[in-house]
Design a protein around this ligand. Structure first.
Ligand SMILES: *Cc1c(COP(=O)(O)O)cnc(C)c1O
Length: 387
């Protein structure tokens, strides 16, 4: 089965893990610090904070910005639930914004403007599929309204511009992301004071870290605010250092595979719409396509599975989940809903080759021909002379 996403892990990762184990020091040490600095340098930042997930990072950002009850935060619904959940964690209200178009499934700046109120405090951009939002436009949008501009950069690791949009950004190193530490994440911030505030919250709000390598003269500490345990460990940081060194090259491979997909799909199934037709800066995290209107997606998914191709959907819209429906009622985001109904994510990861892309495009074309043929039969059977 050709999987939608697959981590690349090998001898270097094994050796890095073995080194940490042999060192006898597995938390809060040099690996974490080195990883934080290396990750920052790869993203045009002075420093970063390693955390145990992107979700934890988003929570820290909301906490450090002082978002709380009564505050509204603009978020896309075309994202993973964690983006909106992080606003709920601090008692804030996520306000869902529609996408620009089915071609550009990024947050619509017009809809965002329409949804601003005097309670709006921040806006969280998601670089869906790895495609960066328009930096200058969003910076102007946020500064005109006095909003904090935040990036959920889970799809955009390895892009130098990711993390440079606004006050802070969170990245994910979950197993299916462009680089992985199994579980893990990182946060960057424009203001070192904000990063420092998040560092404090990452470790229980203690006045000094629980496990410092250098013996501390004063073994007591104070807890000055309600913090969390969102630390990354040395093993994961060591994995991160190895993966980070290969990230640029892997992202280039993703870009090349995406180019091949676009050409092949255009040839074999031009009725399939490939978003981001104008391209743009991207980390090419996933390969989303839109099936023609009316095609039964489940039948296509099953035909592809029979052909050995795993697919998935990015994303079921967050505003339609039971949790969000029960809290905020029915919300209508027509473009997000259309995109979500027609979207199918094809396999994309750096261990694929041109042959894989051809196989997937061929299997998709075949599945669509069958599906469209079946539809014609269904139509005929329900026409008057058959009833
Ligand atoms: C993966 C992902 C997250 C969550 O990342 P974790 O590291 O698993 O917490 C958040 N937002 C988006 C857009 C993601 O794709």
């Amino acid at each position: 089965m050709l999987l939608v996403a697959e981590p690349i892990l090998g001898e270097e990762e094994k050796a890095a893990l073995a080194d940490v184990i042999d060192s006898g020091w597995i938390t809060m040490g040099e690996q974490v610090r080195r990883f934080e600095q290396a990750f920052a340098h790869a993203h045009g930042a002075d420093d970063s904070l390693a955390v145990n997930s992107c979700t934890a990072g988003l929570h820290l950002i909301m906490l450090a910005l002082g978002i709380g009850p009564g505050d509204e935060v603009l978020v896309p619904a075309m994202t993973f639930a964690a983006t909106a959940n992080s606003v709920l964690y601090v008692g804030g209200t996520p306000v869902f914004v529609d996408i620009e178009s089915t071609d550009v499934p990024l947050m619509s700046i017009e809809d965002a403007a329409a949804k601003c109120t005097e309670r709006t405090r921040a806006v969280v951009l998601v670089h869906y599929a790895g495609y960066l939002a328009d930096r200058a436009k969003w910076q102007a949008f946020a500064s005109e309204r006095g909003l904090a501009l935040v990036e959920d950069a889970a799809h955009a690791a390895g892009l130098e511009e990711a993390g440079t949009f606004g006050v802070a950004a969170a990245f994910s190193f979950y197993g299916n992301k462009n680089m992985t530490t199994a579980e893990g994440g990182a946060v960057t911030a424009a203001d070192p004071k904000l990063l420092e505030a998040m560092k404090h919250l990452r470790g229980h709000g203690l006045t000094h870290a629980t496990f410092q390598r250098l013996p501390n003269r004063n073994p007591t500490y104070d807890v000055t605010e309600l913090g969390y345990n969102y630390r990354l460990d040395e093993l994961r940081a060591a994995l991160g250092l190895v993966q980070l060194a290969k990230l640029k090259q892997w992202n280039e491979k993703r870009a090349e595979l995406t180019r091949l997909y676009r050409a092949r799909l255009e040839q074999e199934c031009p009725e399939v719409q490939v978003p981001f037709s104008q391209g743009g800066t991207s980390a090419h995290h996933i390969m989303p396509v839109l099936l023609p209107k009316g095609v039964k997606r489940q039948a296509v998914i099953e035909a592809l599975r029979d052909a050995g191709v795993q697919t998935t959907v990015h994303y079921p819209p967050v505003h339609q989940f039971s949790l969000y429906r029960s809290r905020f009622g029915e919300i209508s985001l027509p473009l997000t809903e259309e995109f979500s109904e027609r979207e199918l994510t094809l396999p994309l990861h750096p261990s694929m080759n041109e042959g894989h892309v051809e196989m997937v495009a061929g299997a998709l074309a075949k599945a669509l021909r069958q599906e469209l043929h079946q539809e014609k039969i269904d139509d005929r059977c329900s026409s008057p002379e058959f009833v």
